[in-house]
Ligand binder design. Structure first.
Ligand code: HEC
Ligand code: HEC
Length: 425
């Protein structure tokens, strides 16, 4: 018991305070202004752009990322992002490409350049043009009716995660993740895989960010969020296309390269969450017992405490099969899909049947740092409480979760008391 107490306290003391000290404080302060800036149509931050939109999900980054402070998780369904996707009913992907024209009529983003089929995209909540509201309603109604074809249109939800400590996650290397995969293979309890990224001149780049580990780097995610969530034209990323006028081009950049760098620097410098040991001795003891069962139940097989520079992250950042209950119509990216994409082939499901099912059930283990302040939980925000989130686990985590479910309620509460010591910075 004594040694446990000591290491518990030590670990709290070694939590990193700030992620990055490479950018200077002025740059970070300017970046923060851009993160909280309420964007308006026609008012770009750099001359020549069109400001907010034409498509957007909110007016600022901070409108969604706000629980426990600027950069936190999203509070409710209003901060979820909706994805629209088409899946083959009898999984044979070649069928989908034959329906391009029909799908383009449902939503032009199914065939963005008029050529390639895109099987998943963000269905925006808002458009600058007044006519968007009725277009969006029509799309949602047609989805509700279903498709009388051999394909089905589905809507998925993505919960807003916190971005605290993002600079540390960005600094995790592919080798660190590969070592975790090897360790899991040797231990034989869980089988994570590194989210695949494209092969560049310097070797393989891993996926880091997002519920599927689908995005390579913090820079890419931040710029993608500007383009997709706020409709900003930024260096390297075009603002999301307007389905009412798919061919229209942006008039110019909404944010200069310098401003984009400032925003990235701000997010990279957001401090990591902390561990706060409860002042009252009873709760502190409960949390300590909770940490012990977190380790003994096998939660820590996936929710690994430290990954490289990300100390106290409680996530291996690998993809795991979480079972059919957590399946999503949009699948995690397979290595083969990447290959096809690179060769300019169809961007669609190439793995039929059971392989497709597994991809639909795969999620990146989310960091549990800051868990107290990041509810609702899970990729679609379906779990209101930590206990609900835990009990929704299956697939690779089934043994661990069965053990958790079999614990007396007071011991389950201890584990939750431990998770509640992990708070926003
Ligand atoms: C409408 C709500 C919303 C807005 C606005 C928004 N985000 Fe997000 N953010 C999300 C969601 C949802 C995800 C998870 C997406 C996924 O994984 O598919 C996310 C994920 C992220 C991530 C990755 C975190 C991780 O660990 O995987 C970063 C970084 C991020 N957002 C930054 C930003 C920035 C910067 C802005 C402003 C330019 C922004 N977001 C605006 C909802 C939002
Ligand atoms: C096989 C790997 C694995 C194991 C074992 C595992 N988890 Fe998870 N955990 C995940 C994944 C992956 C998710 C995300 C699933 C989703 O969003 O659909 C998750 C999500 C969570 C969440 C929600 C986090 C959030 O931000 O939404 C909590 C809390 C959690 N796990 C706690 C636990 C506890 C406690 C245990 C042990 C009883 C455990 N997990 C065992 C992989 C695992």
């Amino acid at each position: 018991m004594r040694t446990a107490l000591v290491s518990f306290a030590l670990f709290a003391a070694t939590f990193p305070l700030a992620a990055a000290d490479s950018a200077d404080s002025t740059t970070i302060a300017e970046g923060k202004k851009l993160f909280v800036r309420e964007w308006e149509a026609g008012k770009p931050a750099s001359p020549g752009g069109d400001g907010l939109g034409p498509m957007f999900n909110a007016r600022s980054c901070a409108a969604c990322h706000k629980l426990g402070g600027i950069g936190g998780a999203g509070p409710n369904e209003d901060s979820n992002v909706r994805l629209m996707t088409v899946v083959p009913v009898d999984p044979h992907p070649s069928e989908l490409t034959g329906h391009k024209d029909k799908l383009a009529k449902v939503h032009p983003s199914f065939v963005p350049s008029g050529k390639r089929l895109q099987t998943a995209f963000i269905l925006h909540r808002f458009g600058v043009e007044e006519a968007y509201a009725s277009f969006e309603k029509k799309v949602m109604d047609s989805h509700a009716v279903g498709s009388p074809e051999d394909w089905a249109i589905r809507i998925s939800q993505r919960n807003t995660p916190p971005v605290f400590g993002a600079g540390l996650i960005d600094a995790v290397t592919a080798d660190m993740l590969r070592d975790l995969v090897k360790k899991q293979q040797a231990d034989g309890r869980v089988t994570g895989r590194v989210p695949p990224g494209p092969k560049g001149p310097t070797g393989e780049v891993l996926g880091h960010f997002g519920w599927r580990g689908q995005t390579m780097s913090l820079k890419e995610f931040v710029l993608g969020a500007c383009a997709n969530e706020l409709g900003l034209e930024v260096p390297g990323h075009h603002q999301a296309a307007n389905p009412l006028n798919p061919e229209a081009k942006a008039s110019g950049l909404d944010m200069s390269q310098e401003q984009a760098d400032q925003l990235i620097a701000f997010v990279a410098a957001l401090p990591a969450p902390r561990q706060v040991i409860p002042a009252d001795a009873e709760t502190a003891k409960a949390a300590e017992r909770g940490l012990a069962s977190f380790n003994s139940l096998g939660c820590a097989d996936c929710h690994v405490q430290d990954v490289g520079p990300a100390k106290g992250i409680y996530a291996d950042l690998l993809l795991h099969d979480m079972g059919p209950g957590l399946a999503d119509a949009v699948s995690a990216v397979s290595a083969k899909q990447h290959l096809l994409r690179r060769e300019g082939e169809i961007d669609t499901y190439i793995n039929a049947g059971s392989a497709l099912k597994v991809l639909q059930q795969e999620w990146r283990t989310p960091p549990l740092w800051g868990a107290r302040d990041s509810g609702p939980y899970l990729h679609d925000g379906r779990a209101k409480t930590l206990t609900e989130a835990i009990l929704a686990h299956a697939g690779e985590s089934i043994l661990s979760i069965e053990k958790f479910a079999a614990l007396p309620v007071n011991e389950q509460d201890d584990l939750v008391a431990f998770l509640n010591t992990l708070v926003a910075p």
